[in-house]
Design a protein around this ligand. Structure first.
Ligand code: LUZ
Ligand code: MOS
Length: 767
């Protein structure tokens, strides 16, 4: 089945926030953000800005009738700065004018005097100074202290992982329209309508039932609109509430890049120990998460880093500690993978270092340690593993041995060009790590003509969730998909939703839809049972069958009969993921409904004269379960891989020492384009028909494939080593062409050319 949005997307009729027709009298907002990363406000001068023709009013924290607080997990984030500013771009004032141009012109006339304070941008520095968002967390399994003695080799190193700009095509924004009885209709480009509703409720001191948050679709979210859509809706709501006029603010790309948080940069230190058979016996890791100036979702992101710190591997002795470090950057936030990719990069770096020192290919260590069914991760959950199945299928399907030989032969006969290969296994846990968030609701109406309308809490952001929900209803009712419509997500119809996130949206909202449709179908079957004198009623191709025989009744006739008999044709359902639990004090439990597995082999060619490179191939075996929609799922994998490659190779978020974003536009921040797409991209399904908790056994696909992109970094590393075995290649990301060029001509002994010299030390082999 095609994505139900494909036609309107292609002909430009799909409605995004900026396509909503404006009501007469709409005003336009623009936020004034702090030009300084850290300091105390001594004066805010608004007079010149108020003189700009068309300006209606400028709002500051003093105008907030409720609480000046938008922190979701921890109340540590004001909507508008009061006396302190904590990052460059932190909103201080909100200008509202008759035109967007006037609002923006006025923003430039605002002056602020700030007594500057020291700026911290480095998470290690923040940790050393005790600047933590929450107390650190530690996951342990076995006993690493004793386990080092069982190891024949032990290696240590450190890692610096950079962030990533979400770069959703549609920037953040909101349009708020006052309604009667003091209610507000809030159009928001958000993944979390309830988060918007809660935030506005707190800021304005209005009950949640006054706030209708409506979302038709987003032009991308990637986690950037899980929580960070809230502030723009709150600013518009504040102004609309005061002025009794509709207020709109859709951010300019540069405002969006400067004012919003990104994927968390992480620093990390690791120590890994192996035995003579290449089993990883022990792994210790310390993560320093660069949270930015306030908590936002950082505590939850940090948890997922710990959950995924051993990627697809079973390691009997693990100790992983994470610090969420407060710095003077915009609060970093959810981004596809949600801290998991950073955790995985570090274990892959540890394995790469061990392989290099032991003069092996990393894949022999990777393969020897894949987790097996019945083994547990450090957080206690025993897995149903597909890791080895994916790996072995990849080996035979793509003849990876031949690929490795071909690369060796190529490298022997070429000097300027070198190829590199890497394998990247992925294991990603599906469920919100915060157990209580794993719930969803659906509202299904069957109309008297047999057509069906569905509302859920799911947000369509290009990932195709609405198409999957149509498929669920079509399958239960056995009716064509064009009889089913998905309504815009609306907090008046579906309440208390979790955000569309954690790859779990189709699972949870699909299950809720399944429950509602099944309940309606059961009532319809009961009506048919009475009419046809048998309980053996099924629906097939819009027909009603009794005892397997045609009845001459179709879906529409049965629906109409049920209506005449005053049987309810509507259902509101609730789904809460079963089986999951977690004890945060013990750091043990069963947090995930299931795990998604996969393995990729990635090949690159580096131009060793220029430092440039191309991705020759990414070949994947991915655990789809029993995919409901292979086109959509393939699209998610292709997009995820390219986004992962971008993060690992070219997307370089640069803040200067003063905490100013220097990569604040697409001229200074390079995102993957068609040339960055692997020349060959093969995706093979591992069809597992287990009784998992996915909707119709179709496993979640949103986030896991991004992490295949991590393999690119290691393929580049291997290509550089093929050119120069003594090259010093620090574990820093992204691997831009500049860094490749530097590494090609570096020497291990002279690590000083690099900003972050690799601290890896070889502790020796005991055998
Ligand atoms: N968002 C969230 C997520 O709030 N909790 C999660 O566990 C999560 N995981 C992945 C992506 N977004
Ligand atoms: Mo997300 S990182 O699933 O909002």
């Amino acid at each position: 089945m095609k994505n139900i949005d494909s036609h309107t997307h292609v002909n430009g009729q799909s409605v995004y926030l900026d396509d909503i027709p404006l009501i007469h009298g709409t005003l336009f907002g623009a936020a004034y953000g702090s030009p300084i990363a850290h300091g105390i406000i001594t004066a805010l001068e608004l007079e010149d800005a108020l003189q700009v023709p068309g300006v209606v009013r400028i709002f500051t924290y003093k105008d907030i009738p409720g609480e000046n607080q938008i922190g979701g997990i921890i109340p540590d984030e004001p909507l508008l700065a009061e006396h302190h500013v904590h990052f460059c771009g932190m909103p201080v004032a909100f200008v509202v004018a008759h035109t967007l141009e006037a609002a923006r012109a006025a923003v430039h006339k605002i002056k602020m005097i700030i007594d500057p304070l020291p700026v911290i941008t480095d998470p290690r520095e923040a940790q050393a100074k005790g600047e933590l968002i929450i107390p650190p967390r530690t996951f342990t399994m076995g006993n690493t202290t004793q386990a080092w003695q069982q190891c024949t080799s032990v290696f240590e190193g450190s890692v610096d992982i950079n962030g990533q700009e979400h770069l959703y095509i549609e920037t953040q924004g909101a349009y708020v329209v006052p309604q009667e009885h003091n209610a507000l209709r809030i159009h928001s480009s958000t993944q979390g309508p309830t988060a918007v509703q809660r935030t506005v409720s707190k800021v304005l001191g209005l009950p949640m039932h006054q706030l209708e948050v409506v979302v038709t679709r987003l032009g991308g979210g990637f986690g950037g609109k899980e929580d960070q859509a809230n502030m723009w809706a709150a600013l518009c709501a504040l102004a609309a509430w005061h002025l009794k006029r509709p207020v709109k603010y859709a951010l300019h790309r540069m405002e969006d890049m400067v004012m919003t948080g990104k994927r968390h940069p992480y620093a990390a230190d690791f120590k890994i120990g192996l035995d003579a058979s290449l089993k990883i016996i022990a792994y210790e890791v310390t993560f320093y998460q660069n949270a930015g100036a306030s908590a936002d979702l950082s505590p939850a992101v940090m948890a997922r880093t710990l959950f995924h710190c051993t990627n697809s591997y079973f390691i009997p002795h693990v100790k992983a500690t994470a610090y969420s470090c407060r710095t003077n950057l915009p609060p970093n936030t959810a981004f596809r993978g949600f801290g998991g990719p950073q955790g995985m990069f570090v274990i892959e770096a540890a394995i790469a270092l061990a392989a290099e020192k032991l003069q092996l290919d990393a894949c022999s260590i990777q393969k020897a340690n894949l987790i097996q069914s019945g083994e547990a991760f450090p957080y206690g959950q025993v897995v149903q593993s597909e890791a080895a199945n994916c790996w072995e299928k990849m080996e035979t399907l793509y003849d990876t041995a031949a690929m490795r030989e071909a690369v060796k032969a190529f490298n022997k006969s070429n000097h300027q060009y070198k190829k590199g290969i890497a394998f990247m296994p992925v294991c990603f846990g599906i469920s919100f790590t915060n157990t209580l968030m794993n719930n969803a609701r659906a509202l299904v109406h069957v109309y008297t003509d047999g057509s069906v309308g569905i509302s859920t809490g799911a947000i369509e952001m290009g990932q195709g969730v609405n198409t999957k929900i149509v498929q669920v209803a079509a399958r239960i009712f056995s009716i064509p998909t064009d009889k089913i419509k998905i309504n815009p997500t609306n907090t008046y119809n579906i309440a208390n939703t979790s955000p569309s996130a954690a790859s779990a949206t189709a699972d949870m909202n699909g299950k809720a839809t399944l429950i509602a449709c099944t309940a309606i179908a059961a009532r319809l079957k009961q009506v048919a049972a009475t009419v046809f004198g048998t309980t053996n009623i099924i629906f097939e191709n819009e027909q009603v069958l009794a005892n397997g025989e045609s009845t001459g009744w179709d879906w529409k006739k049965l629906v109409h009969e049920a209506y005449i008999q005053r049987v309810s044709l509507s259902e509101h359902s609730h789904y809460a993921t079963p089986e999951i639990h977690y004890d945060i004090n013990k750091e043990k439990g069963h947090p995930f409904a299931y795990h998604v597995f996969g393995t990729a082999i990635l090949e690159v060619t580096v131009d060793c004269l220029r430092g440039t490179y191309v991705t020759d191939a990414v070949k994947v075996v991915h655990d789809f379960g029993a995919s409901m929609n292979t086109d959509i799922d393939r699209g998610q994998i292709e997009g995820g891989i390219v986004q992962g490659i971008g993060w690992m190779t070219m997307e370089e978020v640069v803040y200067d020492k003063e905490g100013r974003l220097r990569s604040n536009a697409l001229s200074t921040y390079k995102v993957p384009d068609i040339y960055a797409v692997p020349k060959e991209l093969l995706i093979e399904a591992l069809q597992t028909r287990q009784d998992n908790l996915a909707i119709f056994g179709s496993k979640a696909v949103g986030e896991p494939p991004l992490m295949y992109g991590i393999g690119i970094w290691f393929a580049l590393r291997n290509a550089i080593s093929a050119f120069s075995p003594s090259a010093n290649i620090p574990f820093t990301t992204p691997m831009t062409p500049e860094k490749v060029l530097m590494a090609l001509h570096s020497k291990k002994a002279t690590g000083d050319i690099h900003q972050h010299a690799e601290k890896a030390s070889y502790l020796g082999i005991n055998h």
